[in-house]
Design a protein around this ligand. Structure first.
Ligand SMILES: NC(=O)c1ccc[n+]([C@@H]2O[C@H](COP(=O)([O-])OP(=O)(O)OC[C@H]3O[C@@H](n4cnc5c(N)ncnc54)[C@H](O)[C@@H]3O)[C@@H](O)[C@H]2O)c1
Ligand SMILES: [Zn+2]
Length: 363
């Protein structure tokens, strides 16, 4: 078991990473919650697998619980489902002494954090992330939201959880593509912030790919600690410090837009995006080609793409980046590596260079 505190602003919380915690029980970690009934929010895939175990932990902590289950998938991050969740919380007997346990991936975490933060002007929520993406990334950071029909994550707020419990053992049931997609964000954290973690991921790539809980305990807690270090210094994303977390995301988001949302997984798009960013860094800041090769080797080993999907038009990807740039009212912005473990923003990158790089990794 690995535990550490996250202290953004004035409200801190504890993160526990423990293989097997869901099955064995984590009642003691729930002591931070108020005494009232706990709404266990989960989705239609995760609830049948781990809902009962979570219920046992909540009840063992001396609290009543009731289940609120939403359909699996991004579609549940909607105002309609949000409203339904609030209604079910009322019917379940939730009041101002209640709290919410978000048991699921990033969708449940974002929806649950938002629902808890708005229910009766806000009740505490506890994160029990079950997808790798939510375990290495979204459960820490304090951002919660639902989507507007016109824009992802448009309706949301900054809100810190009361606590986080990560159990790598539950990843055994995660579909392979979801697992790989989550690994992309883990590799990202290492690439931008921690060369030692990157080397460790290379050395332990076999047990990582095999989802060995003991190996993952160490790797996941390091990824979360790295993210926590960044968000502690820039809780509300006002200082630009969080920007490094967008490594691989300029091209990644553009790929998602150009190919159409849902065609490519976020982590897969980020994977190809990180390779593109490294190629760009080779051209603009002397990043070593050998380091790009290490990144590509690791991503490929984890089953992640290091090229644009076959038939992708680089021009369309660039056009999507321009659209994004317009939204931000500035130049094309990239996060580039100086070396593995060290990243910084690069402004005013020439479009011609970006296009060349995209052509270079085109299929
Ligand atoms: N708040 C943040 O800082 C932040 C950061 C990154 C991403 N996000 C958000 O996270 C969401 C994506 O998260 P995600 O990739 O976890 O998606 P998700 O929550 O949809 O989970 C992916 C799939 O895996 C299933 N699943 C989850 N855990 C499982 C398990 N242990 N066993 C079997 N199946 C399991 C889910 O039911 C779902 O079908 C997006 O909405 C994104 O905007 C938020
Ligand atoms: Zn991401």
């Amino acid at each position: 078991m690995i535990e550490f505190n996250v202290n953004p602003g004035d409200r801190g919380y504890r993160v526990r990473v423990e293989g097997g915690a869901v099955a064995h029980g984590f009642a003691d970690a729930l002591a931070v919650l108020p005494p009232g009934p706990v709404a266990i929010l989960s989705d239609s895939n995760v609830a049948p697998l781990y809902g009962e175990a979570a219920r046992r932990s909540v009840e063992a902590s001396g609290r009543k619980s009731f289940a609120v289950t939403v359909p699996a998938g991004e579609g549940s991050k909607s105002l309609e489902v949000f409203s339904r969740v609030l209604g079910e919380m009322l019917s379940g007997g939730a009041d101002r002494t209640s709290s919410l346990l978000a048991l699921g991936g990033g969708v449940v975490g974002d929806l649950g954090g938002f629902a808890a933060s708005t229910f009766m002007r806000g009740i505490p929520f506890f994160m029990a992330p079950t997808s790798l993406l939510s375990q290495v990334d979204s459960s820490v950071g304090g951002k919660v939201a639902v989507n507007h029909t016109r824009s992802k994550n448009l309706i949301g707020l900054f809100a810190q959880p009361a606590g986080v419990l990560v159990d790598p053992a539950v990843l055994s049931t995660l579909p392979a593509e979801e697992y790989a997609s989550g690994l992309a964000e883990g590799v990202k954290a290492a690439a931008i912030l921690d060369a030692e973690l990157f080397a460790r991921m290379e050395a332990e790539r076999e047990p990582i790919r095999a989802r060995d809980p003991a190996t993952l305990e160490a790797v996941i807690s390091r990824c979360l600690r790295l993210k926590a270090d960044v968000v502690e210094k820039d809780e509300r994303e006002t200082k630009g410090l969080r920007e490094v977390l967008n490594f691989g995301h300029t091209v990644g988001h553009a790929l998602e837009t150009a190919l159409g949302y849902g065609t490519i997984r976020h982590g897969e798009a980020v994977s190809a995006g990180m390779v593109a960013a490294c190629r760009l860094a080779e051209r603009t800041r002397g990043f070593q080609a050998g380091e790009t090769a290490r990144l590509e080797t690791l991503l490929s080993f984890f089953g992640l793409p290091v090229r644009l999907p076959a038939g992708t038009d680089p021009g369309r990807v660039l056009a999507a980046m321009r659209g994004d740039k317009k939204k931000r009212g500035g130049a094309l912005r990239f996060v580039l590596l100086e070396r593995l473990g060290r990243a910084g923003p690069a402004e005013a990158v020439a479009e011609a260079q970006v296009l060349e790089v995209l052509r270079g990794i085109g299929a």
